[in-house]
Design a protein around this ligand. Structure first.
Ligand code: HEC
Ligand code: HEC
Ligand code: HEC
Ligand code: HEC
Ligand code: HEC
Ligand code: HEC
Ligand code: HEC
Ligand code: HEC
Length: 333
């Protein structure tokens, strides 16, 4: 009696397991970002339909529906099978994402999830129901292996021939910016990223320890300076520079004034340097920089302050000894 009941439950659970396996295979799968995860940078959205004979798909993001996307043509199927890979366009905060699949005009399946996008803000504000997100894990990479080289040799990771470097193949978007950092521009991904790291492709050295390997001259120069800027002293090069590139000169993570003000907020709210009759401070942007005539450079924080440090307090440019010497650089008439 006991035995028969056991067998029965075993059978029931076996059937349940089988059903859930079938379900898992048949359902639309959000590969990246994973369902209810958060992302810090715009990147890719990767979905596997797990359905055959689909003719079209429609993506709805925060209520905005895409056109019908042809995912059923022989050309498409030959290249991507039932995968859908797109650049993501997240809004800040919660993103409600729905995928609808169609077969000959008939909607046959629909799936939804929510992704949280930090938009570069601190991750401490991410609501607890969202988890972090990694692509280069063994289970996800297994899905890509049939079509992509997921385990390139060190030589391939550093190949400056586009088609030979699989890292570049999937990450080209991050290099299509105005200012690209030297070694990223030559696709030397393997110099900074280790193919043995945990998680995979982690960067074993960070900040000054990494940067000074190639910018040793800067380390030497800073040693001689009497005043070194706080975050530079702390080795936090990545607080200001992106290792790959950005839309701002010197690969700054934000336009320079915005960057400085992100840590020195009071400069925006108090009159800086002088108080002119209107109550405003010294112009800090929007005017040509008279000390850099012919370069097209505008006034900014670095017109007067060296960003890394200097020989005088406040790291005035040209090692101007005091306010007067600084003012005279541009107001010498
Ligand atoms: C059925 C084959 C196939 C599978 C499986 C596949 N891809 Fe691709 N993928 C392609 C093809 C084809 C391209 C376009 C050619 C290229 O850029 O290499 C591509 C391009 C890409 C791109 C570049 C898109 C862009 O922005 O230009 C990314 C990123 C990518 N795939 C990620 C993945 C990931 C991650 C996986 C595994 C989860 C995966 N793919 C699985 C075929 C596939
Ligand atoms: C099949 C495409 C593909 C290939 C090949 C690939 N990546 Fe990725 N990688 C991705 C995608 C997709 C993400 C998620 C971020 C995004 O959407 O771009 C990612 C994320 C990452 C991350 C963030 C951590 C993580 O795992 O999510 C790092 C670091 C990274 N890739 C480095 C590399 C390096 C270095 C190489 C070459 C050895 C490489 N990738 C090759 C598609 C690829
Ligand atoms: C000068 C060093 C350096 C080089 C060269 C470099 N990276 Fe990175 N990469 C980094 C650092 C530092 C991070 C930040 C790691 C982190 O946040 O965990 C990073 C992060 C990433 C990420 C995660 C997303 C992001 O932007 O934070 C991806 C993807 C990535 N690198 C791809 C590449 C690819 C592809 C190449 C080659 C074309 C490359 N990297 C070359 C230093 C480098
Ligand atoms: C593998 C060597 C290497 C590493 C590591 C490296 N760099 Fe560079 N960096 C270069 C090269 C090469 C250039 C281009 C040189 C040039 O054009 O003057 C460059 C250029 C730069 C520039 C722009 C210089 C200019 O005149 O516009 C900045 C800023 C910079 N690197 C910052 C960093 C930071 C921050 C790090 C650490 C996250 C770092 N680098 C790590 C090799 C490296
Ligand atoms: C507070 C922000 C900030 C930090 C932190 C910072 N930098 Fe910079 N860096 C800048 C700015 C702004 C410029 C552009 C200077 C200019 O154009 O006059 C720059 C320029 C550079 C340059 C190119 C020109 C030059 O001065 O040689 C290199 C290389 C560089 N930084 C490397 C580093 C390294 C390495 C670190 C970490 C030890 C670091 N930076 C930390 C803001 C910063
Ligand atoms: C990541 C945060 C951060 C960024 C970004 C940053 N700073 Fe700083 N800065 C600090 C810290 C920390 C100190 C040292 C503590 C202090 O004196 O306030 C400092 C000190 C200074 C000082 C000296 C203050 C004094 O009383 O001696 C000046 C001047 C300065 N920063 C200017 C700048 C400029 C210009 C930029 C943009 C190129 C910038 N900072 C970007 C964090 C930052
Ligand atoms: C026209 C030259 C000039 C420009 C441009 C300038 N500063 Fe200053 N800054 C000074 C002088 C001069 C001082 C010394 C204190 C004083 O006399 O007001 C100073 C002091 C500072 C200090 C230390 C004193 C304090 O108030 O905390 C910080 C931080 C600072 N500046 C940040 C910035 C930032 C951020 C920007 C860009 C938004 C900027 N400065 C643009 C001239 C300038
Ligand atoms: C890097 C160049 C530079 C430095 C250094 C500089 N200034 Fe200026 N200053 C300017 C520019 C550019 C303007 C805007 C002129 C215009 O409106 O055409 C300006 C405007 C002014 C004005 C407002 C004039 C008006 O009528 O609108 C005053 C006051 C002033 N500066 C005082 C100073 C003082 C005091 C110092 C030294 C602490 C100083 N400046 C350092 C570039 C500089």
């Amino acid at each position: 009696m006991r035995c028969r009941r056991l067998k029965h439950t075993a059978l029931v659970s076996l059937v349940l397991v089988l059903l859930s396996v079938i379900n898992a295979v048949a359902a639309i799968e959000f590969v990246y970002p994973a369902p209810f995860s958060w992302v810090a940078k715009p990147g890719h959205m990767i979905v596997k339909f797990n359905q055959v004979n689909i003719t079209a798909a429609r993506i709805t993001l925060n209520g905005l529906a895409s056109e019908m996307i042809d995912v059923g043509s022989p050309e498409y199927l030959k290249l991507f099978q039932d995968y859908f890979i797109a650049q993501s366009l997240w809004d800040n905060g919660r993103n409600n994402l729905t995928i609808d699949l169609f077969r000959s005009g008939q909607r046959i399946e629909s799936a939804s999830t929510t992704i949280y996008y930090t938009g570069g803000d601190s991750t401490s504000r991410v609501p607890p129901e969202f988890s972090s997100n990694t692509l280069h894990t063994p289970d996800k990479e297994r899905m890509c292996l049939p079509c992509h080289n997921m385990n390139p040799t060190p030589a391939q990771m550093n190949s400056n021939v586009e088609k030979n470097n699989p890292c570049f193949g999937c990450h080209k978007k991050m290099l299509s910016v105005k200012y690209v950092h030297g070694p990223a521009g030559t696709y030397s991904c393997g110099y900074c990223h280790s193919n043995k790291g945990t998680p995979k492709h982690a960067v074993p050295k960070r900040g000054a320890a990494l940067c000074y390997e190639c910018h040793a001259d800067m380390a030497l120069q800073l040693k001689k300076r009497s005043f070194v800027h706080g975050p530079v002293e702390a080795g936090m090069c990545e607080a200001c520079h992106d290792s790959h590139g950005s839309g701002s000169e010197s690969q700054l993570i934000k336009p320079v004034n915005e960057l400085c003000i992100s840590c020195h907020g009071h400069i925006r709210t108090t009159a800086h340097v002088v108080r002119i009759p209107t109550g405003e401070g010294h112009p800090l942007s929007g005017k040509p920089d008279p000390a850099k005539k012919g370069t097209g450079r505008e006034m900014s924080c670095i017109s007067c302050h060296n960003p890394h440090g200097g020989d005088v307090r406040y790291f005035f440019v040209n090692a101007a000894e005091d306010r007067m010497a600084l003012c005279q650089m541009c107001h010498n008439k």
